[in-house]
Each structure stands twice: as C-alpha cells, then as structure tokens.
Design a protein around this ligand. Structure first.
Ligand SMILES: Nc1ncnc2c1ncn2[C@@H]1O[C@H](COP(=O)(O)OP(=O)(O)OP(=O)(O)O)[C@@H](O)[C@H]1O
Ligand SMILES: [Mg+2]
Length: 415
C-alpha cells in the first residue's frame, strides 16, 4: 500500500463530513497531469446536526467506515485528509490591507503579496477569541491608482492594496471537526469551506466571471456561495435542508423517517401541478401497522411549500448581502436535494433567475460513479486541494516563463 502523503506523494484525499453521509474520495494524478479519482467510500453520518459535529464518537465511527471503504477501492493507505467544514456558524466579511512595495522598479513580488494579505487580515487583538479563520481569499488588487487587478505579480508601483474576503467559523465547531478526524487516526491536511468546495466542482469559469450563486442543497444545510468577476464575494450556510422535507413527509403521512426518506426519493416531486389524484404509492405503516397507500399529489403538496421556503431563504440571503444584481448567471444547484424532481423549476419560480443542476465534471475515470450532485462537495475538496497555493502559483508562474518543456515542468511541479 502506498501512503497518502499530499501533493508530493501524488495522492490527495478529500473527506466530506455531511449531516447524512460521510464521503471519502482518494485521488491521484495521471501521467498527463490530470486529476483522477481512484477510490470512494461512503457511510451514513449519525453524529451531526445541521452540518455541525455534535457527537464525536459517532462521527469517528462513520469516518473510519468511509475511509476504509475508499482505502479498499483505491489500494491506498489514507494518512491525511482535506476535510470540509459547514454550519450556520460560518461567516464571511470583506477586509482591505495595503503595503509599500519593497522595490518599486522590480514590481510586486510574492513576498509583497503575502505581506499585503497579512495586513488585510484582522489583527490577533481584534480577532474574536471564539472564532477561527478558515480562509482569507484575495478578491482584487490595486497598485497605486490602478484597481481591479486579478494578479499584481510583476506590476511596478509604490503601493499595493488588496481586498480580501475573510471566512471564519466558531472555534469549537472547527475543533470538533479536527478532533473527529484525528480520533479516526488521520491527520488534517487542510480545512476547506464546503460551499467553496462544491462551487469548485460544479461552477464554470464563465459563470463565476459573470456572477453566479452556487446553492448546495444537503440534508441538514443549504450552502450558498456567490461569485463575481471570478472571486467569491459572499458565503452563508443556512440551517435547513432535505431532512426537513423528509420530516414533513413522515409527519404528513404518519410514517417512519426511514420510510419517508424512501417515499420522498422514489415518488417525491416539488411540482404538484401536473400530478393527478390517481397516482398512488405504497408505504410501510409505522410500528408494524399494515402498508398504506398515499397519493403523489398530496406528497408533492407537502414538499413544494418547503422547497419554496428554502429558496425564499436563499433569496433573502442574496438580497441582504446586497448581491441581487450580482448573480446574472443565476443559480447552480448541487447536493442530494438537487436530485428532487422539479427542484430547479421551483428555484426559478421563486428567484426569477435561470437555474441549472450541477454535477461534478472533472472526475476522470470514475465519472459514472461520482458524477452526481451528491458528490459535489467531496469532489470539490480534492479539486480545491490540488489547486496550487499562492506560493506555488508564483513558482508555477516563474516556470511558465520558460518556453521549453512546459508539460514536463507542470508534471514536475505537481510530483
Ligand atoms: N434522489 C434523490 N431525490 C431526492 N432527494 C434526495 C435524493 N438523493 C438524496 N436526497 C436527499 O439529499 C439529502 C442529502 O444530501 P447530501 O448528501 O448532499 O447531504 P449531506 O452532505 O449529508 O448533508 P449537509 O451537506 O447538509 O451536511 C437528504 O435529505 C436526501 O434525502
Ligand atoms: Mg453536504
């Protein structure tokens, strides 16, 4: 068995700790330098509520199961993982920092950029004690009077300014994720915001440039990420998801949660219009009672208002963040609840924007197995983890300047 040792070891593992499932994906690079998924493990999740770990023991057990399955499929021993984080404790805010460029004639260096980023972050003194920084994402740079610069490397000037979006989480919630992973015997290679990961898997560059909202409809949460001009400008995690729909079905038909889940997936639709009264389904009665029949029309009349409510909350969040006019390309849906029949139609109706359901695309040879919206976050974790960091990007930039052996260089840089 080979060890999962990060980029240099040519293996990267993503661990999506969701409210309903825990998913482990093992990825490697092909000879051509493309990302290839070589292992998948999924286990039911029992230790979370609304995207937050509330029971470490149960979470550890689920993590172990998912990881073991992925190890068996890939033949790789997993040592360290990039893990996702979500929950309504996640918040983001804009910040700005500036520095004097070290050498005016040489232009902006990586060191200048790093210093500007550090300046843009809230200082240790002002940073709340109960919060932890998860990401600081540069949005755009200004060199002297020239603003809107995507990458200022090499640009000459006296003053470098950077606008960043700082994402933080409640310290306890982040610690509980870390602790669960570590108690499962794994190292945390990195913590990545789940909406960021899902976006990476399902959004196109054209959409993020134009302005788009990614909405990951999970079991316990609905994650939102808004992009404009290629950068993340707002993120939020709403504490509502597919579990609420299941719960409504269980109450409405007086059936168990497990049966309601089956009924929702097999017969559910959020479009009551067009379903006739004659369309029936059969469900197991509760506590040994005989099976009962239900109408699909009644089922959709339970699901439709709840789906509308979720999108009303999404719309409110977009408006409150002041990004109503930003999302020109509309909404892209992912997560398990994006598979619910008619969900895109309801989203379009509520928000009055174009909507599509997004599936992870860049997944190599296992596309058939994991090319579903359910795996958007897990796939996004590995895509985000393989992405070069700021430092590596500048190294890459320098190597890219050499015209010879470019492909060879790219591979060398990855391995
Ligand atoms: N085919 C389907 N049709 C309708 N709903 C589905 C389907 N498949 C899965 N779901 C629903 O999707 C939800 C799970 O989605 P997902 O796997 O994205 O959530 P999660 O990552 O475990 O949770 P979260 O991201 O909220 O922490 C469940 O509520 C499940 O009922
Ligand atoms: Mg999820």
């Amino acid at each position: 068995m080979r060890a999962a040792t990060g980029k240099k070891g040519r293996i990267i593992v993503g661990l999506d700790i969701g409210t309903t499932k825990i998913c482990c994906i093992v990825s490697a690079l092909t000879e051509e330098g493309a990302i290839d998924v070589i292992g998948l493990g999924v286990s039911p999740s029992r230790g979370l509520r609304k995207g937050v770990v509330v029971n470490i023991e149960s979470t550890v057990e689920s993590i172990k199961k998912a990881v073991e399955e992925a190890e068996l499929m890939s033949g790789v021993q997993v040592n360290s993982v990039y893990v996702g984080i979500a929950g309504s404790h996640i918040t983001g805010f804009n910040s700005r920092g500036y520095i004097t460029i070290q050498n005016e004639d040489d232009g902006v260096t990586q060191a200048d950029k790093t210093r500007a980023h550090e300046k843009a972050k809230p200082s240790r003194e002002t940073f709340p004690k109960d919060r932890e920084e998860i990401h600081t994402l540069p949005q755009s740079y200004t060199v002297d009077d020239q603003d809107g610069i995507k990458d200022p490397l090499g640009i000459c000037g006296g003053r470098l300014e950077v606008d960043v979006y700082v994402i933080t989480g409640a310290k306890m919630a982040v610690q509980n994720v870390r602790r669960s992973v570590e108690r499962a015997g794994l190292d945390v290679a990195g913590i990545i915001l789940q909406p960021l990961a899902s976006s990476k898997a399902v959004l196109s560059d054209e959409e993020t440039e134009l302005g788009v909202a990614m909405v990951d409809l999970g079991g316990g949460t609905t994650d939102l990420a808004i992009y404009s001009q290629g950068s993340l400008v707002h993120t939020a995690v709403l504490p509502i998801g597919g579990n609420h729909l299941t719960q409504d079905v269980a109450v409405g038909f007086r059936i168990s949660q497990a049966e309601a889940e089956k009924v929702k997936i097999s017969h559910g639709s959020v479009l009551s219009e067009g379903i006739t009264e004659e369309e029936l389904f059969e469900a197991q009665g509760i506590g040994g009672r005989p099976p009962q029949s239900g109408s699909r029309k009644a089922l959709s009349e339970i699901l439709e208002p709840r789906a509308e409510e979720i999108f009303e909350l999404v719309e409110r969040e977009i408006k409150q963040a002041g990004h109503e006019a930003t999302v020109v390309a509309g909404l892209v849906l992912s997560g398990g609840t994006a598979l619910l029949h008619g969900i895109d139609v309801v989203a379009e109706r509520v928000l009055g924007l174009p909507v599509r359901v997004g599936s992870p695309s860049e997944v190599g040879s296992m596309r058939g197995l994991i090319g579903s919206p359910v795996y958007a976050t897990a796939v996004g974790l590995i895509l985000e983890a393989w992405r070069p960091s700021e430092g590596e990007r500048s190294e890459f930039h320098a190597k890219w300047q050499e015209p010879r052996n470019v492909m060879h260089r790219i591979k060398e840089w990855f391995f």
